[in-house]
Ligand binder design. Structure first.
Ligand code: HEM
Length: 538
């Protein structure tokens, strides 16, 4: 009976395979601190400066670590290679976001772009925004960035005239300029003082986002089924409703302004896009609102750290930058985007700022629904995967020595013998090393505003360096200059230096003359600049 023999043979093979598979030990989890039952590693992570703690752990446990946050697997990536392999190369698998009941589902009703799962609806929004954020589109907004940075210099010079060595509130000036730019492209209006109600509400929304999105802030995030409780037993629901209403009114009000203000802007473009045709008003308004929020404080924070680097280590690199600016620009006019191909060193300073003090220092969590294997380790399904920006930017195998020091030269390439390559925004690609850009995230979730941000940083940094000598402000009580500690920072989603004032002294009379000749920009017809941007982008 050959049939029976075959059947027996097949059964034997099947049985042997089953035994083999069963015996094969599952790959181990990545290393990490020893968890305890139930809590896992929850109790071992300090409440403050978690990214620093995780960085120190990575020195002991390696580039891929596993923690259990009360049973929730958390995988921490601490080198560029690990983050690149998983979040860039396997992006299709790692582009989801962890579920955030309070910040994502209740406060923003699933409409927060940063928190959306990687699904069809997310891709629809991405498609709607994409044409506005390409390198070519970003280059068309440069005249507005030029305008806001001229206003910034005018405002700083004005405040310096009043306060002198006590120091100006540079954070406020950066914030006004960055916010005014993003509100102008988004909604067609500028900010004159930086204390406008829209900006104050926007800042409150951001602060609430950081608070409600904090790991461990709400029990319902750890135990989502608690959300089934009726309102009377779930006090967070009322709080979420109030916060939603604050955010809804802000974003819908801004959309309304955008649609009615003169000139082209993002609101008008998106409203008329095919993607928005069946989109509820709130959903469109939140899309624009999150774009504005995302662009509001991130660039401001990067500029704040630039000032900290200037004060704490500037003697090593500021004279070189100022000498270059004097050679390329001279003393009769401000640096401009047209000078950028010859000012690669300024772009190196921007890259170094983003590396030295990443704005989103702990990274933004990604999520994988499916299990995976990496470096011989088992990555469980439903893991939160976090690329720790602070650790990655200290990866010596990528960024070389002295990673804790601010050294723009690490970004400069040897140009000799190479044909110059200038990108659409004027960046001299040949003069800069092809190191991984840091601070903007990874894969399909990478920051969509990064080119706009890089343009901002270039023009603001070039002009600040051209115009001012900067020192910590003098403390009125002691008569001494304030001490600036380059690790003294706030907690939260983005990490700012603790507030202080800096003396911003014009480098000479020529600076005053050029800035005053340019004057205030609030009389400029920004609607016409927006229309011009729209023509260039098309
Ligand atoms: C120096 C300035 C900036 C920094 C450091 C920064 C950083 C980041 C980071 C780390 C992420 C998350 C990436 C990830 O999950 O892997 C992100 C996402 C995002 N950024 Fe930025 N950003 C900056 C400026 C901007 C600007 C100017 C805009 C808007 C014009 C913008 C719009 C966005 C949006 C819409 C997202 C959400 C993308 C998504 O979840 O799919 N960003 N940004």
């Amino acid at each position: 009976m050959p049939g029976l023999g075959l059947l027996l043979g097949a059964l034997l093979v099947l049985g042997a395979t089953y035994l083999l598979v069963r015996r094969q030990p599952r790959r181990p989890l990545p290393p990490g601190p020893k968890p305890v039952p139930l809590l896992g590693n929850l109790h071992q992570l300090p409440k403050s400066l978690q990214w620093l703690h995780l960085y120190h752990w990575s020195k002991k446990y390696g580039p891929v670590m596993h923690l259990s946050m009360g049973g929730q697997p958390l995988v921490i990536l601490s080198t560029h290679q690990a983050a690149h392999d998983l979040l860039n190369r396997r992006s299709a698998r790692y582009s989801d976001r962890p579920r955030m009941v309070m910040a994502g589902e209740l406060v923003t009703k699933g409409m927060h772009m940063l928190l959306r799962p990687y699904d069809e609806r997310y891709r629809l929004h991405q498609k709607m925004e994409a044409p506005l954020l390409t390198p070519r589109a970003a280059s068309s907004y440069r005249p507005l960035q030029d305008l806001e940075s001229r206003q910034l210099l005018f405002d700083v010079l004005g405040e310096y005239g009043e306060v002198g060595s006590k120091g100006v509130d540079f954070h406020h000036h950066f914030e006004r300029a960055m916010a005014s730019f993003i509100y102008c492209v988004n909604y067609g209006y500028r900010l004159r003082t930086g204390y406008e109600k829209e900006l104050m509400d926007g800042k409150r929304v951001q602060a609430e986002f950081a608070r409600t999105g904090q790991v461990g802030a709400y029990l319902v995030d750890s135990f989502p089924s608690l959300n089934l409780l009726p309102k009377a037993l779930a006090p967070w629901k009322k709080e979420a409703e109030e916060l939603y209403e604050l955010e809804r009114q802000l974003h819908v009000g801004n959309l309304d302004k955008g649609l009615n203000n003169p000139g082209w802007n993002f609101s008008k473009y998106m409203k008329n896009s095919p993607e928005a045709q069946d989109m509820p008003t709130e959903e469109l308004a939140f899309d624009l609102g999150i774009l504005a929020d995302a662009g509001l404080d991130t660039s401001t924070v990067a500029l704040d750290w630039f000032i900290v680097a200037w004060i704490t280590s500037g003697s090593r690199w500021v004279p070189k930058a100022q000498k270059l600016l004097d050679e390329v620009v001279g003393r009769d006019r401000l640096p401009s985007f047209e000078d950028r191909p010859k000012l690669a060193y300024i772009d190196a300073i921007a890259s170094e700022t983003l590396r030295w003090r990443p704005v989103v220092v702990g990274g933004v969590p990604h999520f994988t629904k499916t299990e995976d294997t990496y470096m011989g380790y088992h990555i469980p399904a439903n893991s939160i995967v976090l690329a720790n920006a602070f650790a990655i930017t200290r990866d010596e195998s990528v960024f070389g020595d002295d990673v804790d020091n601010f050294i723009p030269e690490r970004w400069m390439a040897d140009e000799q013998g190479k044909a110059p390559s200038i990108d659409v925004c004027g960046m001299n690609v040949t003069a800069l090393k092809d190191l991984p850009q840091t601070g903007f995230g990874f894969g399909r979730r990478i920051c969509t505003g990064r080119i706009i941000a890089r343009n901002q940083l270039f023009i603001q940094m070039a002009r600040m360096l051209w115009a001012f000598d900067v020192e910590a402000g003098v403390d009125e009580a002691t008569g001494q200059r304030r001490k600036v500690d380059d690790m003294d920072c706030t907690e939260g989603f983005v990490t700012l230096p603790k507030p202080f004032k800096a003396e911003m002294r014009p480098r000479g009379d020529w600076v005053r003359e050029v800035i005053l000749r340019s004057g205030t920009t609030h009389g400029v017809d920004h609607a016409e600049i927006l229309n011009q941007a729209s023509r260039e982008r098309a």
